[in-house]
Design a protein around this ligand. Structure first.
Ligand code: ADP
Ligand code: ADP
Length: 250
């Protein structure tokens, strides 16, 4: 677990496109923080700056007691779930989860940019000297938590969207990171599966008590999942509040 602190964080993309402006927020140890707002308001950019997938133009990001502006993604003690799952298509579910714990060179899957980023997050993980038995224990424990034991030998194309996203979450769990990052993880799922996965991710948070930062454009997800909610608009924080406070406000 770790606190995450953003101080005067800003992002200006090439071409002078300002995506995030003077973002100030402290996410507490073990807190489930949701960032919500319309498409293009800067949620994803902010999350990716925490992850190390996007350079921080202004300000500082602190994870635990360390300013991470110049720290590589793999050394930030974070794990991330992407909207498009970013699984390795030719690996089984088991291998998808075990891969990041193994000492191996990274080979990005074809046609999958996020998996490329994911590889940079996972393949050179700082603690690669994990014994096979320990890897096996972690994969099976994560599979238990997510109810995907029966799927370990399958490949992603034989899975539903919900099952794929469970695998992607499992791949984060096995790394035991201080902070989980979610970027629109349910946006590619059908309505029924979204409701179910909402509950599962909330349960996971209760169980692990890890700091989680969750980006969505879906207000229902924000209201049902967040300990607190950051409402963003045009690269700015509009409001930071608990769901109850947001519900009560006009
Ligand atoms: P959200 O996640 O809320 O949809 P984003 O963080 O993806 O918003 O985008 C915020 C703004 O930054 C948008 O105006 C978007 O067009 C712009 N943007 C995002 N990525 C890039 C990029 N790589 N280059 C230039 N502009 C970008
Ligand atoms: P490596 O490629 O390093 O030889 P593997 O991924 O083939 O490692 O296997 C590592 C361990 O994980 C094996 O001992 C095996 O028992 C277990 N394992 C691998 N794949 C599966 C699977 N699909 N289901 C159950 N256990 C598996």
């Amino acid at each position: 677990m770790a606190q995450v602190r953003l101080e005067h964080v800003g992002k200006v993309y090439p071409g002078n496109v300002r995506a995030v402006n003077d973002f100030n927020l402290t996410i507490n140890d073990g807190e489930f923080m949701v960032m919500v707002g319309p498409s293009g308001c800067g949620k994803s950019t902010t999350l990716r700056m925490v992850a190390g997938l996007e350079e921080i133009s202004e300000g500082t990001v602190t994870i635990g007691d360390r300013v991470v502006n110049d720290v590589l993604p793999k050394d930030r003690d974070i794990a991330m779930v992407f909207q498009n799952y970013a699984l390795y298509p030719d690996k089984t579910v088991y291998e998808n989860m075990a891969f990041c714990l193994k000492k191996r060179n990274f080979m990005p899957p074809a046609n999958n940019d996020d998996a490329g980023f994911l590889g940079s997050l996972t393949s050179w993980w700082k603690n690669r000297q994990i014994k096979r038995a320990e890897i096996d224990r972690r994969v099976r424990e994560a599979a238990d938590i997510l109810g995907i034991n029966e799927l370990l030998n399958r490949r992603p194309k034989a899975l539903s969207g919900g099952q794929r996203q469970r695998v992607a979450v499992g791949r984060c769990i096995v790394r035991n990171p201080a902070v989980f990052l979610f970027d629109e993880p349910l946006s590619n799922l059908d309505a029924k599966m979204r409701v179910q996965m909402r509950t599962e991710i909330s349960r996971l948070h209760n169980r692990l008590e890890t700091t989680m930062i969750y980006v969505t454009h879906d207000q229902t997800e924000a209201m049902t999942m967040g300990d607190r909610i950051v409402v963003m608009k045009d690269g700015l924080i509009q409001q930071v509040a608990t769901p109850a406070d947001l519900y009560d406000s006009p």
